[in-house]
Structures are given as C-alpha cells and as structure tokens.
Design a protein around this ligand. Sequence first.
Ligand code: DOR
Ligand code: ZN
Length: 428
Amino acid sequence: MSKTLIRGAKVLGGEALDVLVDGETVAAVGAGLDADGARVVEAEGQILLPGLVDLHTHLREPGREDSETVLTGTRAAASGGYTAVHAMANTFPVADTAGVVEQVWRLGRESGYCDVQPVGAVTVGLEGKQLAELGAMHDSAASVRVFSDDGKCVDDAVIMRRALEYVKAFDGVIAQHAQEPRLTEGAQMNEGTVSAELGLGGWPAVAEESIIARDVLLAAHVGSRVHICHLSTAGSVEIVRWAKSKGWNVTAEVTPHHLLLTDELVRSYDPVYKVNPPLRTEADVTALREALADGTIDCVATDHAPHPHEDKDCEWGAAAMGMVGLETALSVVQHTMVETGLLDWAGVADRMSFRPAAIGRLAGHGRPVSAGEPANLVLVDPSYRGAVDSARFASRSRNTPYQGRELPGRVTHTFLRGRATVMDGELV
Ligand code: DOR
Ligand code: ZN
C-alpha cells in the first residue's frame, strides 16, 4: 500500500496540518505526522481542498470526439483539480438510454483520471416531446440521478412536471437549462444596449427567468427537486432566493465565466465569447457573485463546452456556443470570489465540492478532509500568477476566453482515491 504525506498544507484554507494518505484513504490529519515509509509532498503555503466536483461538463463522447473524449476531458478535469464530473447528455447518440449512459460510465472508469457520473437526458433525443427511460438509466450500472436536456430547455410544462414526478421515486433531480425557446429565436447575445448597438439578435433575461419561475413553482407543486443550470441574470437570482425562502427544493449553479465576463466583450465579435446562456451585464455579474457568496447559488459548475477551432474560428453568427472551463475554473473563482473577499477557501470547498456532490448524491466525493474518508484531494498554490496558455491544456479543445490573461492560483496536485493524477502541476 502506497503512502503519501502531504506536509504543512492549509486544510480548507485554515490551519497548516499534515495529511497522511494510506492507499485510497485519508489515514490521519494532524500536526507533525510521521513520514515513515511515505512519499512526502511539501505543501507549505498551499491550500488543501476536497477534490472538486463538477455538475456540468460536456465530454462529447460518444459522437464528437473531435472536440473532446472522456479521456481528454477527464485529464482536463484532473488538471483543474476535479475528482468527479457529471457528463452532460447532449452527445451523439444522446445519452437517453441505459446503454449510452453505461458506455459513458465505463469509459470514465477506464480513464482513471476522474470519476465520471453520466447525466441522463430528460426527453428522447433532447426533443422535448417524450420522456426518456429515466428509471432504466437510474437502474443501470451508471446509477443516473441527475437528468438534463442541457443545451436545450425542457419547455413543455407537462413534460417537466412528469419528469419531476418520475425522479421523485429515487430522489433524482432535473437540471434545467432555462431558455424559453420562442423568446430566444435568432438570439445571438444578451439583449441590451450592446446588442442594440451591434445589431445582433437579443437574448432577453426574461427568457431565462420565466422558465425558472415556472419550474420552481412546478417543483414545489410536485414536491420534487429541481436544479437550475448556469444562472446568468440578477432576476434569476431573485427568483431562486424567493423559492428557497419558501423552503422549496431548489438548487442552482453559476459558471466561472458568468462570474467574470460581460457582454461588453462581444464588441470584439470574437466568437470565443459566444456562449449559452450569453454573457450578461456588470450588474448581473455582481448579483451572481453575491448570490454565490450568500449561498442562494449553491455551486460553481463549469459548463465546460469544448468545440473544435473550425466551429469557433468563424464569423459570430455561425459559431458554436460554449467555452472550455475545467482547467481555469478554480483560478477564476479565486480571482472573482476569494481575492474580492466574498468567499474564503472553506467557502470554495463548499461551492465547488461539498454542495455539487450533495446535489448529485455522489458517494465518496465532497467529503471532509478527515481520517477514514476517501483521499479525493486537491492542492492549490494560491500565490501563483501566470498567463493562461491554452496550448498547455489537456482538453482537446482550445476555446478559452482567458487565453493570455493573467489569473491567480495553480493546481499542483490532484489525488483520486489516493493516486496522484496531477503531481507538481503535471498530469501523471
Ligand atoms: O454554451 C453552451 N454550450 N451552452 C449549452 O447549454 C450547451 C453547451 C454545448 O453543449 O456546447
Ligand atoms: Zn446549458
């Protein structure tokens, strides 16, 4: 059994302690632990967090292996400090049957870099017409508990209601991509002064907010769980805050890019900034940061959306929507939330590990750093400053909005059940 002693890291940003990993498990946490027979990782000045958990990753396999595969995506995840990701269902074929979710789950196990929890589609082919085999996906080897038509909205209220009713039986959750389709026909960017000036089709905030309002009411009516993907507007925050104040079972996520970037960037016409939901305004960014800080928004989810360069390096109107995010998420959160004083590192652990694991009912992840727990851990050097270089990404795609931008923090080590997947900043 291999042993690793992580020496002197600030556990969850608090006291500097030693953490002894024995095999797959945290064996001890304390001061001055004996290094006897253990490989030592000197971690003075670094932050030790539980392995990060992403509720929203597009791994693209099966079908779009030119943008990402389970292997390249999980390598990107490990580089970013993740030990578990939820793989979205908008693949080709769509992950709407037990067969496809089991395939993705098996590919994840073979990768060895990061646990992969498949998300099942809510409707057959993401068409929004007919419920997919939710029960069969839950009962499969992949044990699907999160269902989403992400990329598309479940816009039919009756289908949404039936889905919420169905997953209640096994404590599942419907993760909604809130986008009223009629209100966003031809939409290219946030509807506002910038879209008016640029003459690009506007994507109004109400297209997101109206679906969220409907779905929190539906979840309350049915007594089921709904999770709202990638909140992007101040109004969405208000609705989620109201629903939570009622005691309803509503959770929400925000992406790193919606915590940092605004629609002003679209003036460049660079499609790297084209994303769904669109980048919004400074006021929205402020509201999202505050909501993540006060817990109205439960967690950060990357919406890692890899696209090959031919789908992004083209004119704005023709470009695909989405940005890669796994390898920069923690740095963006350090920059927007920690360095602004809105969250401490324990708060980062909560929003990027504990809460997403709890929402996904994911066993073995999002656990405290204490003896007896699975050794899913990440070490971060918060003093690091460096420009993002997408050429170094493990992801197969390069569509990052941060190319060349200086961001703080660097993942130095990631441990998946005691095995280093990243060591000294390099994938193992
Ligand atoms: O920007 C996005 N890209 N938003 C989505 O909802 C889907 C995703 C994708 O699959 O590319
Ligand atoms: Zn989405």
